[in-house]
Design a binder for this molecule. Structure first.
Ligand code: NDP
Length: 444
């Protein structure tokens, strides 16, 4: 990638973060998009230098005792990346692959995503290399309590408000919130994604998946197309994948494949979502269970093969770098017209190049999955006001937010001479608001 105004800045980032490939990948993409912005706003050069360095990164020990009475030690992280436009906001990920690079790439992307929502939230992210798979409820609870015992020193409803991500759903948020309250004695909106009986917001569970479909539909509409009657494949079978499937089906699409980290299912009749919800949300089992009761469906080992299925729309909703150049080329060869990123950074830079060369309509993660954090911000508003809005009210607001995100990214792309390049549009529009705030506050 050719950088004109920001190449020296990127050299410094590379030197400073040598063992952080995911973070460097995320930074390089943003720098490539905002490089031309410095022609118009040379005064933002220091903002760019500053925005790529987290305000702070907290790393801590998480000791907990497993069901055999053995002490286990995990590592906890919270990156408080940028608070220029509001309190740090971003999820917690519990997955064995979690390390400093992954937390920093996620926290960095969160700055721009949160800015795009139009709501006053800064960027943060956190998590642990704890693996929730195969752990008992009590082990999950003890881990969450130990994690929060340390994290509670750094967060608060006006400073830093974590939420869920991979491996952190309603159950984990409940245990984390309970421990925060025990330690701090505060009934405040310090976490989002809470249960409805203790301050959660209706529509938060559905928000990321629904928001993804709302944005993809806006893009399709802009090109005189619609998701109705389209064949869709969705990777993952967690929170984002399930509710993206639900909304896509509601709008008349046929979703034929889902996956988990072991493999994928293909059901030519269309996925039976109730069965998936039971397997994943109630029984907490593997996706391959699905084929036991669906004779026409097939299960295949390995995640990558899902991208070889013929589809009109592909929605990666599992994890980073899950679509590489080869998979992107397969999608193109099979006639795919649109890709929407439910997961964070699921397409490699080479895959994005393939989409762009082949005129695939591409909704990048910062815009496409912003619905989750947007409804989290609405949860914060409801908590502050001691109010609870109805499902319909929150869903309407979510739709409006996703429409506005489309307008912002589309306008920015056009203004910078790259109409329909929503990667560029999302990075520029997300950056400009934060840059203005940082510049005005003298924090650069
Ligand atoms: P969940 O934990 O609910 O589900 C994750 C899904 O992805 C599971 O099916 C999981 O399979 C699969 N998966 C996880 N890691 C890998 C891997 N390394 N390789 C292949 N498959 C994998 O997480 P979410 O649905 O919440 O998150 C999915 C993505 O969406 C993430 O990138 C997250 O950052 C992003 N996101 C989530 C938001 C939210 O509100 N939850 C908001 C914005 C973005 P298995 O069960 O086998 O691990």
């Amino acid at each position: 990638m050719l950088l004109k105004n920001t190449s020296a800045i990127f050299e410094t980032v590379k030197k400073r973060n040598q063992n952080e490939p995911e973070f460097l990948q995320a930074v390089e993409e943003v720098l490539a998009s905002i490089d031309p912005v410095l022609d118009n706003y040379p005064e933002y050069e220091n903002v760019v230098k500053s925005i790529i360095e987290p305000e702070r990164m907290i790393i801590f020990r998480v000791p907990w005792i497993d069901d055999n009475g053995t002490t286990q030690i995990n590592r906890g992280f919270r990156v408080q990346f940028n608070s220029a436009i509001g309190p740090y906001k971003g999820g917690l990920r519990f997955h064995p692959s979690v390390n400093g690079s992954i937390i920093k790439f996620l926290g960095f992307e969160q700055i721009f995503k949160n800015s795009l929502t139009g709501l006053p939230i800064g960027g943060g992210k956190g998590g642990s290399d704890f693996d929730p798979k195969g752990k008992s409820n009590n082990e999950i609870m003890r881990f969450c309590q130990s994690f929060m015992t340390e994290l509670s020193k750094y967060i608060g409803s006006s400073t830093d408000v974590p939420a869920g991500d991979i491996g952190v759903g309603a159950r984990e948020i409940g245990y984390l919130y309970g421990q925060y309250k025990r330690i701090r004695g505060l009934n405040e909106g310090v976490l989002t994604g809470k249960g409805l009986s203790y301050g959660g917001s209706l529509t938060r569970t559905e928000a990321t998946g629904y928001g993804l479909i709302y944005l993809v539909e806006e893009i399709l509409k802009h090109h005189n197309k619609s998701i109705k009657d389209k064949t869709v494949i969705i990777s993952g079978s967690g929170n984002v994948a399930i509710y993206a499937t639900q909304k896509a089906m509601e709008l008349g699409a046929k979703v034929v494949a889902l996956s988990d980290s072991n493999g994928y299912i293909y059901d030519p009749d269309g996925i039976d979502l109730d069965a998936v919800k039971t397997i994943k949300e109630v029984e907490r089992k593997r996706i391959k269970e699905y084929v036991k009761n669906h004779p026409n469906a097939k299960y295949h080992d390995g995640c990558k093969g899902i991208w070889s299925i013929k589809c009109d729309v592909a929605l990666p909703c599992a994890t980073q770098n899950e679509i590489d150049e080869e998979s992107a080329s397969l999608l193109v060869a099979n006639g795919c017209i649109a890709v929407g990123e439910g997961a964070n950074m699921p397409s490699t830079p080479e895959a994005i190049e393939v989409y762009q060369k082949n005129n695939i309509l591409f909704a990048p993660a910062k815009a496409a999955n912003a619905g989750g954090v947007a409804v989290s911000a609405l949860e914060m508003s409801q908590n502050s006001m001691r109010l609870s809005w109805s499902f319909e009210e929150v869903d309407e607001k979510l739709k409006e937010i996703m429409k506005n995100i489309f307008v912002r990214i589309s306008d920015a792309a056009k203004e910078y001479g790259n109409e329909n390049n929503y990667v560029l549009g999302a990075n520029i529009a997300g950056f400009l608001k934060v840059a203005e705030a940082m510049y005005a506050q003298g924090t650069v």
